[in-house]
Design a protein around this ligand. Sequence first.
Ligand SMILES: Cc1cc2nc3c(=O)[nH]c(=O)nc-3n(C[C@H](O)[C@H](O)[C@H](O)COP(=O)(O)O)c2cc1C
Length: 170
Amino acid sequence: MTGERVLVAYASKNGSTSAIAGMVAETLREQGLAVEVLAVSEVDGVGSYDAVIVGSALYAGRWRPEAVRFARHHRADLAERPVWLFSSGPLDATAGELVLPPVAGVQRIADRLKVRGHVTFGGCLQDGARGRIARMILKSGRGGDFRDPERIRLWAHRVARELTREPATP
Ligand SMILES: Cc1cc2nc3c(=O)[nH]c(=O)nc-3n(C[C@H](O)[C@H](O)[C@H](O)COP(=O)(O)O)c2cc1C
């Protein structure tokens, strides 16, 4: 079934997670899905979507607070539809080499919403990033762009496949 409405809601401090959300959306659209990409703070409700993908950057072992709030606030509607989660963070190659489990807080959200899946993508920290610690990391040479567009698209493709082979909800 194509034409299903999918929301990709993201939380990003320095912009790299919003770009991942954009890549996910692009792949879903290529598969015939009707996709909206919005920052979690811009979403009024999820009731009009057939499926939702929620993604957030990781900071100090947690999702961005607005993403956690989003999951809590829309809990009832999210629990009634297919949901996938993604986290973006590691500033090294590990996300592509290992299956990185969700951090504890995200695992709790995953359990509560009975999500279809979660994936951790590599992160990105580049000049201009906000925050004292971000600047320290950059100064010590541990920044960089560890996003892997191929892996992001593959994951989105699998999500699209699951959605397009399911009958639409009445
Ligand atoms: C202060 C700070 C704390 C971070 N903490 C984590 C972390 O706990 N786990 C992780 O995987 N990445 C961590 N990162 C890396 C970010 O998640 C990564 O840079 C991410 O791509 C940022 O996304 P954004 O550009 O959407 O804000 C941290 C980065 C900074 C600057």
